[in-house]
Ligand binder design. Structure first.
Ligand SMILES: [Mg+2]
Length: 281
């Protein structure tokens, strides 16, 4: 890897680590929220917000910005951390997650939080809305791109596949979906609740270009995001193999950490594992 590329990857890995610490801080303080899916998506969000997305935190509504939809809206803590660390608002505000009158609601609200492009939390809707945004850009002759981060559990919803059909029909090569494929959903393993394999073959059959990557290997995540921009005449999905709760040993692969906050002792262990040491705040 050339030196500048290596430095970039190291920088993005540190951003991802920081996002994970922020997620733990927020969910622990609120004693409410969704750590598992937030940690699963931290590397992907770091790659997007600190390198790939063409955005301007000083102009959250800039008309030609790339759009990002967190369709798995329960991973809002990770999105808020990325927005704060990218400069949309002060990091101190992260401590207000899920509090009355906070701009940082339990699920993303585009009217409350600077940088949020779509309300989400009712699962399955991010892809169809992303299709509409990508079509709007084409109709306006504009070059901004639309990115949609999908949970694997939510792809069990039929509306996802209606969106997939439409994106194929319209040849939306300005649309990149990313599938956070951790095989865990709210209360169990996806493959037990509703088997979706063969995932890659399904998306290919729907006319999409499919790229596969390790969703925690920063260099490979960046390569896939780069490659997706150069695929023409069809939409692309990056199938990112991930681990729910990634980075905190006792949360990894466990559905019980979908929507449960850590105790003080669990929080301390998590911070230590993320290289933060002990803290008293
Ligand atoms: Mg999942």
């Amino acid at each position: 890897m050339p030196y500048h590329r290596e430095a970039l990857i190291l920088e993005l890995e540190e951003h991802a680590r920081r996002l994970r610490v922020d997620v733990l801080d927020m969910v622990h303080r609120a004693q409410s929220g969704h750590p598992g899916g937030s940690l699963s998506a931290a590397d992907i969000l770091a790659a997007l917000y600190f390198h790939h997305l063409n955005i301007d935190p000083l102009q959250p509504n800039w008309a030609e910005r790339d759009r990002f939809i967190l369709s798995k809206g329960h991973a809002a803590p990770a999105l808020y951390a990325a927005l704060a660390r990218r400069g949309y608002f002060e990091a101190a505000e992260l401590a207000t997650l899920r509090q009355i009158d906070s701009r940082l609601q339990g699920h993303p609200d585009r009217l409350k939080t600077p940088g949020v492009d779509m309300n989400a939390g009712a699962l399955g809707h991010g892809l169809p809305v992303g299709v509409g945004l990508a079509l709007a850009a084409k109709m306006a002759g504009q070059s901004w791109r639309t990115y949609v981060l999908l949970g694997d559990g939510e792809t069990q919803a039929g509306v996802i596949w209606e969106g997939a059909l439409f994106a194929n029909k319209l040849h939306l090569d300005n649309l990149t979906a990313i599938l956070d494929l951790n095989d865990v959903q709210l209360d169990g393993r996806c493959h037990d609740i509703m088997p979706m394999e063969p995932v890659v073959d399904k998306w290919r059959a729907f006319g999409w270009a499919v790229l596969e990557t390790d969703g925690h290997n920063m260099a490979r995540v960046c390569d896939a995001l780069d490659e997706a921009q150069h695929i023409h005449d069809r939409p692309t999905i990056i199938v990112a193999h991930t681990v729910k709760g990634k980075g905190v040993s006792y949360m990894e692969g466990q559905s019980k950490w979908h929507g449960r906050p850590p105790t003080d002792q669990e929080y301390a262990t998590a911070l230590q594992e993320l290289g933060e040491g002990a803290r008293n705040d």
